[in-house]
Ligand binder design. Structure first.
Ligand code: ADP
Ligand code: MG
Length: 205
């Protein structure tokens, strides 16, 4: 399977739709272990992304992702803006020059995006952040033929598992053991991103 400009546009469009629908839920996740703005940050950022995307024409997927990245970096306050902005920028650089992106190239893109998040956040897997969703998803892409259903399941399970960890990075780290029993908000928004990606794959399966 190969992904073209339209597939990447569709990925972002579907992500935006879900994030707008789940804005209040994402904010409610950020209330007990943060400052209650994650839904607001993400909904505002993705709305801006959509506005920008629709005013341009794109020759190749990397240009779409670069545009997404620039908007997230400049418009989303909070930790999540720079982290997602970095992820999309790294992914864009990894697939530069390709009109159509193979699963192998896309996997490389996801891998460097994850590395970028870790570097920017000075964080690693197991710290109750969005990395806990990105890591198993990247592993999934690296190890086997990705199907939309398996991608969905992997991302969903990873998000749910953040309930069982204590935060050591970001605002949630201030809550120490009290962060147990809550889903990490960034893991939930990352789940929605990969759920949207799974829908794009499903349309092509
Ligand atoms: P803020 O924490 O500044 O209010 P958001 O609420 O928008 O920003 O985003 C919070 C999410 O960002 C967390 O749920 C977590 O997933 C992610 N996050 C925060 N700090 C880090 C970090 N250092 N590394 C990776 N992810 C992080
Ligand atoms: Mg917050």
């Amino acid at each position: 399977m190969e992904l073209n400009v339209n597939d990447f546009m569709r990925w972002i469009e579907l992500t935006n739709e879900t994030i707008q629908q789940q804005k209040n839920y994402l904010t409610s996740l950020d209330q007990p272990i943060g400052d209650g703005d994650h839904g607001i940050n993400m909904a505002r950022g993705l709305q801006e992304v959509m506005n920008k995307l629709q005013t341009n024409e794109y020759q190749e997927p990397s240009e779409v992702l670069k545009n997404v990245s620039m908007t997230l970096l400049s418009k989303v306050g909070g930790a999540s803006g720079p982290l997602y902005g970095t992820a999309f920028l790294k992914m864009s650089m990894a697939i530069k020059g390709l009109n159509s992106v193979s699963m192998e190239d896309f996997t490389k893109g996801l891998q460097v995006a994850l590395d970028g998040i870790k570097q920017r956040g000075k964080s690693n897997a197991g710290e109750k952040t969005l990395i806990d969703v990105w890591s198993p998803v990247v592993e999934h892409f690296s190890n086997q033929d990705v199907t939309s259903d398996r991608l969905m399941e992997t991302a969903k399970r990873a998000m749910e598992e953040t309930t069982n960890t204590i935060a050591t990075k970001g605002r949630a780290a201030y809550f120490k053991e009290k962060s147990l029993g809550h889903i990490d908000p960034g893991s939930a928004s990352s789940f929605y991103m990969f759920e949207a990606l799974a829908k794009v794959l499903k349309e092509k399966e």
